[in-house]
Design a protein around this ligand. Structure first.
Ligand SMILES: Nc1nc2c(c(=O)[nH]1)N[C@@H](CN(C=O)c1ccc(C(=O)N[C@@H](CCC(=O)O)C(=O)O)cc1)CN2
Length: 280
């Protein structure tokens, strides 16, 4: 069966809207999100617009800072510093990717960990590793919520994560581990990817390569979460998993589009609300 990311995301948005209203009524606090967009990357502009629209729908105030691609690292740091100081801002989002001349790592480290609703700051990465209560990154949080939405009990299950990025692969592996799955983290040098995937009860594919996970590898009954967003030469979007063959074998599978993507944005709303709740 198909895991409908849009429907699960809508549930999360409804919850966030209710809790945002409660926070405003009880404490007079309106969650605020500072959005920083550098340059005119077309996809980034769309994602930022969608995030701001989603904020408005649930009662979160968003404040946009659009900077030219030529902006210096120093100027960008200045904008982030201002948002760090602003008490009406509870979350800060620096849309990635940044232009090549700006080191993303240094910029993300400038965001106050208490406002890092993307969960990219090293302090929050460390807290995820040690089981603390820092902000967790939105895409992995969305994946966990999708697994919960289909009642997937992770305890003792073999979970195979394909892809070792800092924003998806590594953090989702840690979150699965925290839920007592036995986790294997695969990557481009994994000797036999098919063998690893074939023994997985849960597969999370986050490599960024269409068809990297073959449908015939999927264990019958496995739950498959596809994080990839790949534009095919035909113009169509595809995930990392061969969907048509994988769906014949999986018990649950998330599609692309309409799977993990919508979850990323709603978990950002959820983290921003959480930050505002922590401020009272
Ligand atoms: N600061 C951040 N930058 C980036 C993040 C992030 O979480 N924080 N993630 C990605 C981009 N991204 C959000 O920013 C994002 C990507 C895709 C989707 C989405 O809903 N995708 C749709 C398909 C969209 C399409 O048609 O092109 C889907 O999968 O259904 C949402 C958010 C990199 N940067």
């Amino acid at each position: 069966m198909i895991i409908d990311g849009k429907a699960v995301a809508q549930q999360v948005r409804d919850e966030v809207r209710m809790e945002t209203e409660r926070l405003r009524n009880d404490h007079g606090v309106v969650p605020g999100l500072g959005v920083v967009l550098v340059g005119d990357h077309p996809a980034s502009r769309i994602y930022v617009r969608n995030k701001e629209k989603a904020c408005a729908e649930v009662g979160i105030r968003s404040v946009e800072h659009v900077l030219p691609a030529s902006v210096s690292e120093h100027e960008l740091m200045g904008v982030i510093g201002g948002l760090n100081e602003d008490t009406s801002i509870h979350g800060i989002l620096v849309q990635l990717p940044l232009p090549g001349h700006i080191p993303s790592d240094r910029v993300l480290e400038t965001v106050s960990p208490e406002k890092d609703v993307d969960g990219f700051h090293p302090v929050n990465q460390g807290l995820l590793l040690s089981g603390g209560t820092g902000f967790k990154p939105c895409t992995p949080l969305g994946i966990m919520r999708m697994l919960d939405s289909v009642g997937c009990d992770l305890k003792g299950k073999n979970a195979v994560v394909v892809g070792r990025s800092n924003i998806v692969g590594k953090p989702v592996a840690l979150m699965l581990l925290a839920r007592h799955a036995t986790v294997t983290l695969c990557h481009s040098r994994t000797a036999d990817l098919g063998r690893e995937v074939a023994r997985a009860d849960v597969v999370v594919a986050a490599v960024g390569k269409a068809g990297a996970v073959r449908g015939e590898w999927i264990k019958p009954g496995a739950v498959v979460i596809d994080v990839g967003i790949n534009r095919l030469p035909t113009g169509k979007l595809a995930g990392d998993v061969e969907f048509d063959t994988a769906r014949e074998r999986a018990s649950w599978i998330s599609p692309v589009p309409g799977g993990v993507g919508p979850m990323t944005i709603c978990m950002l709303l959820s983290n921003t609300l959480l930050s505002a709740q922590r401020s009272v």
